[in-house]
Write a protein that binds this ligand. Sequence first.
Ligand code: AMP
Ligand code: ZN
Ligand code: FE
Ligand code: FE
Length: 285
Amino acid sequence: MAWLCDLHTHSTFSDGTSTPRELFTQARQGGLDLIGLTDHDTTAGWEQAREAARETGVGLMVGAEVSCAWRGVTVHMLSYLHDPLAPGLPALFETIHASRRARVADMVERIGRDYPLTLADVEAQAGEGVAIGRPHIADALIAAGCFSHRNEVFATILHPASPYYVRYCAPDPREVIETITECGGVAVMAHPRPLSRQRRVVPAHVIASWRDVGLFGIEVDHPDHTREWREALGVLTARYGLHRTGSSDFHGRGKTTTLGENLTDWEVVEAIAERGRMDLVLPAT
Ligand code: AMP
Ligand code: ZN
Ligand code: FE
Ligand code: FE
């Protein structure tokens, strides 16, 4: 089967600029067969995505991208096909939302000394129930006329090296993988870049050790990864029996990536579907 599957996208239920319905229309126009909806720390977009999948005939893998931290290094864990009614993940999401809110308030206080920015401006960009973060700060500053694109804000005042930057507390990846698995989900580490020359990355042997608690795969093919990193990560997945996924990590106009720019093999999609508690919405052939 040569179905084209992009397993990591964001909608207006987190920090993407397209509604789930718009995402599916764009996916159909782009000739994709299936997309994974993986908003940050929420499953609130699933219902609209299911309707849109049925309307457009594009398949759906429901998911979420869970914020974690390993010894202060930010890690994103993709959870696929977990049961949204199982209590573990919703409780984690609540904790993460609260710590994200406190962190954004801190950052806004710092930024507000030099730029016309209030917490209410940022909250208005995020909307009700959204895992608030730097993208929403960027959008508020763009709305105020201080910057013209998120990339520009991320490269300057939102950069981790900026004096305005504040870290937030997030659960350990091990705990998150265990919770995802308990909720019937399948855990895939998003964009790890463990072999890059960057100072703050999770070492390969640590990622490999997460397999013991249920890590299923690694998102090797991601817009942030160079060809060299993909090769190295490919070796890592093969050596440790992890599965390889690929995605665009689409954020609409918020990032320069295009829907479907990296894909996941159908065999891997099927393997996730076999393990996950929720069903795939299959593409209408
Ligand atoms: P935060 O989680 O609040 O620290 O913000 C980081 C998030 O911003 C990541 O999940 C990125 O996917 C997202 N993001 C959205 N647009 C951009 C952009 N233009 N540049 C960098 N990150 C972005
Ligand atoms: Zn994001
Ligand atoms: Fe991410
Ligand atoms: Fe993402």
